[in-house]
Design a protein around this ligand. Structure first.
Ligand code: HXC
Length: 263
């Protein structure tokens, strides 16, 4: 994070496992948690994304471990959790950020295309949360799920992702209720349009981007650092009574896309 909004060492002593932690929004979140003092375990399918991200964290004075695992595969997920605990001795924070996405009209979407995104985003979030449960219970730890705002309305070409993220929201609320008794907090962040992401470059054509910006009340796109700051807050003790919340970080975008406003 370039600006400093939080006291030094806010997350010192914590260990965080971040899926999708090599790149994009969750790559930023992993780095921000490390800058706040957490030791981080980065998990995603591709080691070539993970190692450079882990190296950048180490170069900045943090501690990072890179573990290749596909969140769809429970055995690989369990191995990643075990590797994290073996390296750092425990696990306090899980950030579920691994996600798949492509644009596709519903009538052209294959069942496997639909299922693949649900498997990565939703089932992956369950798998990692489930595999981490015993460790989180020991440490009164917490889970942070990265969702979206797509499913608050109907977003063309995004049926599969909307369905998956709606499930992630349900999982967030259910786990908050079920695991709250163990002191485990389960929250989420729903990012709006974030400009400096691969998703924005790849999925949003320039003309749509121009129109989109006019519908954001704050008249700017989000940046990865906006999500990083929300994540550091939710993972810190400053949020110790926040459980089951989905924090929308979108400049007011989804509210303004109502048919009753021209924004
Ligand atoms: C239609 C597609 C497709 C496409 C894949 N499929 N890409 N269908 N249009 N562009 C279909 C395939 O045809 C296949 O179905 C099925 O999905 C599985 O594809 P595979 O390539 O075999 O799967 P896999 O290698 O596991 O890759 C899945 C993937 C992944 C989802 C495509 O590679 C991926 O997500 N890459 C991008 C990651 C990414 O961008 N993450 C950031 C997400 S941003 P059939 O029937 O042919 O077998 C985000 C924020 C949301 O989530 C908000 C954004 C606005």
């Amino acid at each position: 994070m370039s600006e400093k909004y939080f006291v030094d060492g806010l997350l010192r002593g914590r260990v965080a496992l971040v899926t999708g932690g090599g790149t994009g929004i969750t790559g930023g979140v992993a780095r921000a948690l490390a800058e706040s003092g957490a030791r981080v375990c980065l998990v995603s399918r591709r080691m070539e994304h993970l190692e450079p991200a882990a190296e950048r964290i180490r170069a900045g004075g943090g501690e990072a471990l890179a573990v290749a695992a596909d969140v769809r595969n429970m055995e690989e997920v369990e191995r990643a959790v075990a590797a994290c605990v073996e390296k750092f001795g425990k696990l306090d924070i899980v950030v579920n950020g691994a996600a798949g996405n492509f644009l596709c009209p519903a009538e052209e979407l294959s069942p496997n295309g639909f299922g693949t995104v649900v498997d990565i985003d939703l089932k992956g979030t369950f798998n990692v949360s489930r595999a981490a449960f015993a460790e989180l219970k020991k440490n009164r730890g917490q889970i942070l799920n990265i969702s979206a705002t797509l499913h608050y309305g109907g977003t063309p070409l995004q049926l599969h992702v909307s369905a998956a993220k709606a499930g992630v929201d349900a999982l967030t609320r259910n786990l908050a209720v079920e695991w709250g008794r163990y002191g485990i907090r389960v929250n989420g962040i729903a990012p709006g349009p974030i400009e400096d992401t691969e998703g924005m470059k790849r999925l949003v054509p320039p003309d749509v981007k121009d129109r989109l910006k006019k519908h954001i009340p704050l008249r700017r796109f989000g940046l990865i650092r906006d999500i990083e700051q929300a994540a550091v807050f939710l993972c810190s003790d400053a949020a110790s009574f926040i459980n089951g919340a989905m924090l929308v970080v979108d400049g007011g975008h989804w509210l303004a896309t109502s048919r009753f406003t021209n924004a």
